[in-house]
Design a protein around this ligand. Structure first.
Ligand SMILES: O=C(O)c1cc(=O)[nH]c(=O)n1[C@@H]1O[C@H](COP(=O)(O)O)[C@@H](O)[C@H]1O
Length: 233
């Protein structure tokens, strides 16, 4: 079982409102977790500083701000993010937005990944939002556009990872949130998949928040997920 390869595939979402609590959790998780995601909740509560701290001690950081704006704003926003030294950043998978992001990251090591359809959406939510067709059709369309534009990878539910891999190929990132170990609560996620199934479906990285951060024993929860990933590699 290759646990260190499995650890590289796990991204823990630090969806916590306090920097001190986030620091304490990172300390507790120790070497079990090498890749952290900082999104709205922690980012706007001082998490950008924590991102720099984590990078300084050798962790990888995924800055999940899901940018979507006019081209110039996205391009310059991504250029600023690239200077922070983070590994990954998100934009929404709209063609103008993805083109701007590709320009903004030029010359840097930042990888930009595009969010297709959020994992909290099912076909009913999709229609309510004004779209026609199905979630999986739009995921496939956006994946194809992302590939043409030259984005580094896709964020989608692991339910779509196999189809996305066929479209974008095996050299791009397929980052899948909505991961739930068997028997755990779905919370507000609608398109959920277990860690092992997500890996078998072609996910390169799994984003896991509450199943670890809200667990009674986060270290044990992380170890179990790492072991499950390793079993599927
Ligand atoms: O971009 C993301 O990371 C993301 C995209 C998506 O479609 N669904 C999704 O849940 N996420 C993020 O992944 C994390 C999932 O957290 P949990 O549901 O607690 O495991 C959250 O930080 C979400 O913001």
């Amino acid at each position: 079982m290759n646990l260190s390869a499995a650890r590289e595939r796990l991204i823990v979402a630090l969806d916590i409102s306090s920097i001190d609590e986030a620091r304490a959790l990172v300390r507790k998780l120790g070497d079990e977790v090498v890749f952290y995601k900082i999104g709205y909740q922690l980012g706007y509560a001082g998490g950008f500083e924590l991102a720099r701290e984590l990078i300084a001690v050798g962790k990888k950081v995924f800055l999940d701000l899901k940018l979507h704006d006019i081209g110039n704003t996205v391009e310059e926003g991504i250029r600023s993010i690239a200077q922070m030294g983070v590994t990954l950043a998100t934009v929404h998978a709209y063609p103008q937005t993805m083109r701007a992001a590709v320009k903004g990251k030029a010359g840097s090591n930042l990888k930009v990944i595009a969010v297709t359809v959020l994992t909290s959406y099912d076909n009913n939510d999709f229609i309510e939002a004004g779209y026609s067709g199905t979630v999986s059709e739009l995921v496939a369309k956006r994946a194809a556009q992302a590939k043409d534009i030259g984005i580094d990878g896709i964020v989608c539910a692991a339910t779509e990872a196999g189809r996305v891999q066929e479209i974008i190929g095996t050299d791009k990132l397929i980052v899948t949130p909505g991961i739930r170990p068997a028997g755990s609560s779905a919370d507000d996620q609608k398109r959920i998949v277990t860690p092992a199934m997500a890996i078998r479906s072609g996910s390169t990285h799994l984003v896991v928040g509450r199943p670890i951060t809200a667990a009674a024993d986060p270290v044990a929860a992380a170890k179990e997920i790492v072991a499950e990933i390793a079993s599927a590699l």
